[in-house]
Design a protein around this ligand. Structure first.
Ligand SMILES: [Zn+2]
Length: 229
């Protein structure tokens, strides 16, 4: 009998220890943080929108998961409408393809982690990772990083992976990169499909990253929306 009681006490103590450990590791409640600022979650049940937040995996330039339990993509409602428009345009022009979202809203606390850990010399760093002091348009929920995927969900070949900090990821010299053999015609065509649906839906591409699109200019974003800390 005594052994039984002792065993039960031991099991209960172990459970209390487990609960207190998981409590101390508790991660932010992302849904609350985002919705407080008016952001909405991207519905991935649409046939041609898939979400795989690369910062919520170890498959990113830091090689570690910086989002923890954040798996959903959030955007300002107007940016979200533009995304749904892009998905509609894609389903008409290329019904076999999907939009694969790698990142959307990103709190400033995570921007700080990316900035601190990026292995890029300071003078060039802000070209690839926005300085958290001024904030990235992602921090306002008005920017999105995405690619195209085939019907099985495999990303199309765009010539570089996500967060490639080289000139190969730039969009303003693709023809030259093809003539030098750095990019292929197919890779440039794939990028063009993505850019076409995104710009027709009202997004603005940026020079140095083929995967990044802003829903509004930096000025408009800052004037109209609040940063998500
Ligand atoms: Zn981006």
């Amino acid at each position: 009998m005594k052994t039984k009681v002792f065993k039960s006490v031991l099991i209960v103590s172990f459970m209390i220890l487990l609960v207190s450990c998981s409590e101390s590791k508790k991660e932010p409640v992302w849904h609350e943080i985002y919705t407080k600022q008016g952001l909405e979650v991207v519905k991935a049940d649409s046939a041609n929108i898939k979400i795989l937040l690369r910062y919520s995996t170890a498959d990113n330039f830091l090689g570690k998961d910086v989002y923890g339990n954040l798996e959903d993509a959030y955007l300002q409602p107007e940016a979200l409408s533009k995304l749904y428009k892009a998905s509609e345009l894609l389903s008409k022009s290329h019904p076999e393809l999907k939009l694969l979202i790698w990142d959307a809203a990103r709190p400033r606390r995570i921007q700080q982690v990316l900035w601190d850990k990026a292995d890029i010399p300071l003078p060039e760093r802000s070209q690839y990772v926005a300085n958290p002091e001024s904030g990235s348009i992602h921090n306002y929920g008005c920017a999105i990083d995405l690619t195209l995927a085939d019907s099985a969900g495999n990303p199309l070949d765009m010539g570089t992976d996500y967060d490639d900090f080289s000139e190969t990821a730039h969009i303003d010299n693709e023809e030259e990169l093809v003539s030098k053999g750095v990019l292929t015609d197919l890779q440039v065509q794939n990028r063009a499909i993505l850019r076409s649906v995104m710009t027709k839906a009202g997004f603005i591409p940026i020079r140095s990253e083929w995967w990044h699109f802003d829903a509004f200019s930096r000025e408009e974003t800052k004037a109209r929306f609040k940063i998500v800390e």
